[in-house]
Each structure stands twice: as C-alpha cells, then as structure tokens.
Write a protein that binds this ligand. Structure first.
Ligand SMILES: C[S@@+](CC[C@H](N)C(=O)[O-])C[C@H]1O[C@@H](n2cnc3c(N)ncnc32)[C@H](O)[C@@H]1O
Length: 235
C-alpha cells in the first residue's frame, strides 16, 4: 500500500482504534506480558523506540512498569500520534516521550535505543526487500544487542481463510458472514502482507537481527522477540 494511502487510512481509524481492539484486549495482554519479560533486564534509564506506535497501546504498560524509561514514539499518521500523546498525558508519562510524526527515516539522529517495539506495522510492506529494509532501519537505531519485540498478522497460506474467519469472530464478535471473510482474505493476500510465520521471521533476520524467537500466537496474531548482534556495529 502507498505511504499516503496508509497515512489517511490510519488518520481515519485513530479515533475508533482502541474501541476496535477492545475485544482483543486479552491478546494484547499476552503480548504485553512477554514483551515485559523480554525487556525486564534493560537498565532503569532505558530508551525505547516504538515504531508505528498508533495510539500507544504498547507504551502504556511499559511506562507503568518502568518509571525511568523514556520513549521515542514514531508514526506517520498525525492523528495516531495525537491519540498517543493524549494517552501519555492522561497516564502521566508524556514528559518521558518524544513524539515524531513521520517514518523512522525522517527521525533526527540521536543516541541508539536499548529496545524497540513494532506491532502490526511491517505487515503493510508487501515486498520482501522493502520489509527487510524496514527492519534494518530499526536495527540501525538500536545499540549492539538491542532488543526488538515485533508482532504482525501471519498465517500459512493454506490456513489463511479459516484463520481470517476465526480472527474476525474473535475481534468483532459472532455474526461474521462469509462475504466479509472473503473480502478480508482478499485484502490479506494483496494490500496487507499476511505471510507465513517462517517467512516473517526470515525477513526480520535479514533486516539485521538474530533469528527471532516466536513468543505469542493467537489466531492470526504472531509475536517474536529478538536482538541485534552483540558486537560493535558500524556507525
Ligand atoms: C495497525 S496500527 C498498529 C498501532 C500500534 N502499534 C498497535 O499495535 O496498536 C499500524 C500503525 O503503523 C503506522 N505505520 C504504517 N506504516 C508505517 C511505517 N512505514 N513506519 C512507521 N509506522 C507506520 C500506522 O500509521 C499505524 O498507526
């Protein structure tokens, strides 16, 4: 999908985004639990990069558990960044955030981060090289051994239609009809890159990370944690 189209789609979704995800709160909780564990040994003053932060759902639990951490919240959608800023103000962690409206390549250079989150973002990049480059741009912003928690929709092609139906019922409730399943299945095989979990992990690795460890799967949603190699990286 083109960057401008994505930005206007997410600008439109920003206001109702949290409501749409409300039924999937247990899925988010599972993701938050393992990401919290994967990041638990970071220093008290760790810098966290949140790529495609949306309304900031993934930042809130990290900010509560670690009052000394700071966050760089990056998203090309102005409305999403505004919603994230509102959440951070309401929950009191806004002074620890830097908000950047734009993609990662437009973020000013700064100290490398200890870890990054990237939830439900890379799936919108539909070519393999572009998706690996996207992960490389995250790796470039991390310290040696910097951690990444990544989540995307994924499925083996043969199971995708059934998984799509299951995901729709789980996230929207009963009453899902087959026409809607067909429409979303078509989107997942064209505009959104819902690839096999193995292929997504391979692309993350090609972007400069160690082989990702799969840590969560609930229907279509998959989560991985990994890190950049520990040795010094070229500047
Ligand atoms: C499905 S939402 C996920 C938001 C949040 N991470 C979450 O899990 O709730 C995808 C977000 O990624 C942002 N996005 C899309 N393409 C991006 C890119 N190339 N770089 C950074 N963010 C991007 C969108 O604006 C949107 O806010």
């Amino acid at each position: 999908m083109r960057a401008g189209d994505l930005r206007s789609i997410f600008d439109r979704q920003a206001e109702g985004y949290d409501r749409r995800w409300a039924r999937a709160a247990p899925v988010r909780a599972a993701l938050d639990l393992v990401v919290g564990a994967a990041f638990s040994t970071l220093p008290d003053d760790a810098r966290i990069l949140a790529v495609g932060v949306g309304t900031g759902l993934e930042l809130a639990p990290l900010s509560r558990a670690h009052p000394g951490w700071t966050f760089t919240a990056v998203d090309p959608s102005p409305r999403m960044i505004e919603a994230c800023r509102r959440r951070a103000e309401e929950e009191g962690f806004a002074p620890r955030c830097t908000f950047h409206t734009g993609t990662l390549d437009t973020l000013a250079p700064g100290p490398r981060h200890h870890a990054a989150t990237c939830f439900l973002v890379s799936q919108f990049i539909t070519d393999r090289e572009g998706r690996a480059d996207f992960f490389r741009s995250i790796a470039d912003r991390l310290q040696p051994g910097g951690r990444l928690a990544s989540a995307d929709l994924a499925s083996d092609a043969g199971a995708l239609r059934d998984m799509t139906r299951l995901w729709l019922i789980a996230t929207e409730g009963p009453g899902v009809n087959e026409a809607l399943v067909d429409r979303l299945h078509a989107v997942y095989t064209s505009e959104v890159a819902v690839w096999s979990p193995g292929l997504v992990a391979d692309v993350i690795e090609r972007g400069g990370f160690e082989p990702p460890m799969p840590v969560v799967q609930v229907a279509l949603l998959h989560g991985w944690v990994t890190r950049t190699p520990a040795g010094e990286r070229p500047a």
